[in-house]
Design a protein around this ligand. Structure first.
Ligand code: MG
Length: 313
């Protein structure tokens, strides 16, 4: 069985290199080898290796330089580096570890020791991977609204600022849409809170379906309020796509324990076009504007889209 962690070897001595390759392959590792540090680094930049075994003294780029170069290169995971050397004075070992090596082996290496040390490296790499996975999971949970799967308020506050800053830097339009389910309290009062949750989920799914994948995004703003962010979108096109969405929502039916529930929603659109005159406009001011348009839609009888252009000529 192949080991999941491929190993990159950098060794200029052909005899020693072949011996290492053979030992590692027999132990089930996939091995790629290079004749010096520079060649190894070129290979590493093309493909990620979680384990590197490098000789110290090599022409062109030695083991220490290779360690430093790898440490300075952003990689998809941790790289465990063994420095293999004839030197074993304490001073040399410290120099090696300071250059970024995790462990060292002295020449001539003992194959059983090499395999045993590799197992230590694998434990470290497995731990690093499980920490990374856990971190990704927590990160996703921390930015997601549990019920609807939309982004949450914390994400919105952070990323909307970035989105607006980006729009200003490149003088690109950005539109925001505040959406609010009409008479949501009535759904809860009539059908119960489980039905209310279902309506929220269905509504979120409906508006997400209407957005451009990987470009637009939506966050749950409050109870039954959602904020859609449409980068690179003019006011006109935000208005027409929101109108389509409004109609789609009003035609959708949710089914709760065999009961069909229909809802409508009101939408407030704001189109922001950056110019030298409105660079100080904050994301809060833009949200405020969307909020006012939403209020207008509610006031005009609900189930409609109202909008405002935030543009200074
Ligand atoms: Mg050498």
């Amino acid at each position: 069985m192949k080991n999941a962690f491929p190993i990159l070897i950098a060794e200029d001595n052909p005899v020693s290199r072949k011996l290492m390759e053979k030992t590692l392959r027999q132990a089930g590792y996939e091995v790629v080898s290079a004749e010096n540090g520079r060649e190894a680094f070129t290979v590493f930049k093309e493909r990620f290796f979680p384990i590197i075994l490098t000789d110290w003294g090599m022409p062109e780029m030695d083991g220490l330089e290779l360690c430093r170069a790898v440490r300075e290169t952003p990689a998809e995971g941790y790289v465990f580096i063994f420095l293999i050397t004839a030197r074993d004075s304490k001073k040399d070992i410290i120099v090696g570890l300071e250059a970024g090596a995790d462990d060292y082996l002295t020449k001539p290496f003992d194959r059983f020791e090499l395999i045993a040390r590799l197992k230590t490296a694998l434990r470290v790499l497995a731990l690093e991977k499980s920490l990374k996975d856990a971190y990704e999971k927590i990160k996703l949970l921390s930015i997601t609204d549990k019920l609807t799967g939309c982004y949450n308020r914390a994400y919105l506050d952070e990323y909307l600022t970035k989105e607006i800053t980006r729009a200003k830097r490149y003088s690109r339009p950005v539109s925001l849409v505040m959406a609010d389910i009409d008479h949501f309290k009535r759904v809860n009062d009539t059908y119960g809170h489980q039905a209310g949750d279902l309506i929220l989920k269905d509504f979120a799914a409906t508006i997400r379906k209407g957005l451009r994948k990987d470009v637009d995004w939506v966050a749950r703003y409050g109870g039954e309020e959602f904020l859609m962010v449409l980068p690179e979108t003019t006011f006109e096109s935000a208005m027409s796509s929101t109108e389509r969405l409004r109609r789609f929502v009003s035609e959708s039916v949710s089914s709760h324990n065999g009961t069909a529930i229909r809802i409508t929603a009101s939408f407030g659109v704001v189109g922001f076009v950056p110019s030298p005159h409105n660079l100080k406009t904050t994301h809060k001011a833009i949200i405020d504007c969307a909020d006012k348009a939403l209020y207008q839609a509610k006031n005009d009888g609900r189930n409609r889209v109202r909008g405002k252009r935030l543009q200074v000529e």
